[in-house]
Design a protein around this ligand. Sequence first.
Ligand code: G6P
Length: 624
Amino acid sequence: MCGIIGYVGAAGTDVTSILLDGLRRLEYRGYDSSGIAVLTASGELQVCRRAGKLANLAAAVENGARPAPGSLGIGHTRWATHGRPSDTNAHPHADCSGLITVVHNGIIENYAELRHRLEQEGHSFHSETDTEVLAHLVERAYRGEAQGNLLEAVRLALQPVRGSYAIAVLCREQPQLLVGARYNGPFLVVGLGEREHFLASDIAAFLKYTRRVVIIDEGELVALRPEGITIQRLDGTFVERAPTIVEWDAEAAEKGGYPHFMLKEIYEQPEAFKRSLLGRVSEAGQLHLPELEALQRSGALTQVRRIIVIACGTSYHAGLVGKYVIERWARLPVEVITAGEFRYADPIVGPDTLCIAVTQSGETADVLVSARQAREQGSPIVAITNVVGSAVTRLADAVLYIQAGPEICVVATKTFLATLAQLYLFGLFLGLQRNTLRPESVAEVLTALKQLPAQIQRVLDRAAAADDPIASLARELAPLHSVMFIGRGVGYPTALEGALKLKEVSYIHAEGFPAGELKHGSIALLDPETPLVAIATASHVYEKVVSNMQQVRARDARVIAVATEGDEAIREHADVVLYVPPTLEELSPVLAAIPLQLLAYHTAVARGCNVDQPRNLAKSVTVE
Ligand code: G6P
């Protein structure tokens, strides 16, 4: 996820300050590099880009690199997906002659193919990014078919582009025109001022100047000129849309109107999950993991007889789901070890043991130390992480980026779901390589995976309805001291994750157990003041879970079930039922985790806890 901003107005404006101020409000979306481009009154395009935090760009601007006043400019704060964070990979990106300049949030899935074609036509590239192809495509159309019409050039340039984008484009020859476009996810909004207008990834970026906004829809282009804006669809038809007035204050706007980042990130999950599959599942429904090809060609995967997953916290829980699916689909034994234990367990690893290091931040010291040790003993390493260029990527033989966008709340939500997506894809990949999965079975899972973003949205929509039980349940849990969670199969790591969410954010003691194990000791803890949350979604162990719920109810504890839509029978065994849509059993944690995240969130709010920064916790723990 990246942040973009654009401005068009009267000549002689201090565009740099407007862009930098906007980027400050967008920095939460990405902070590995940033840049601005301003078209000055003398018609010169002045660009400043810096790797690292926005402060580096601001310092460069203060120390001599400040563009002169102008009428037009674009800015970007980056969360790298293609190409490591560096000055050259920082946006804005230009075409061959610096005529067209572009900032982009999203991923161009077919950029390699487009780049190859453009290079054959004689275009020369300066960066490793997917974005740069857009500048060259616009240049080609502007000089060719569109005959100097920038809006038409952008429209034509976008026709062969696959993936997702929100972009802002300017042309050195057009000082009064800024063009934006949006497709397949990334948010884009216009702010209307008095003969000056703004374009951004978030209303917060320009809220200081105007509250009149127009949201750009999927598949739309917008042309901003000082005298007004026009919107058209990618097919060229024009669209009329009246502005709306936002009432938020600046702080609420950074959170997109949500009271906390945790809630915002929970609601971003349909988008994050969709993005995590981008480029990996073709439109024809085929699996595509080029990141693993080198490892496969080297023969390292062929000699693997066993897999070890090393991770901490939420990533460890994702790893436990990974164990279940990799064993089932690829028929290889998988061990999941908390990273803090691995190193001191005198681990037996070597070239026949593939080590998967799962860490959303890519910085968790326990994971890094363990992965390094496994590597020294000859294990091939696959890293699963959210942060491009993070420490774990440097010691891995292959990296699967989860592409979830930055997560600000300390408590992991959307990165859990996006990590699961990578483990599923990895399991399918191995299953295909080892001939333990038939292509039809892979196609069935891929189809179900592609349905998940819409199903995640359904869970969220239900939770937002007035009659949803989660918020009132949270008020009931708020005064309690302890809550138990149970599940079997993939329901077990889901129970662990539900318990972790609750304890991290609300400070209520919570434990997750394998459902069958409860009766061997922990059942003694249950009483009317200690409720049980049971993961009872459709599965081959459903009946067993139900009988464990009955054992608990017989002891007067309250039971809350997470169950599959249509399962009315479960109501007999539970006091409250939280429903999720049906999916394949292996994929069910993706949906079942969501009501548990929301339950933890609302309980924490009811207890007055600091939701986004819980006591004693850190987003990434860089000490052992
Ligand atoms: C910390 C965070 C947890 C997180 C864990 C692993 O303990 O508080 O929320 O799950 O680190 O983080 P990682 O970045 O390695 O996935």
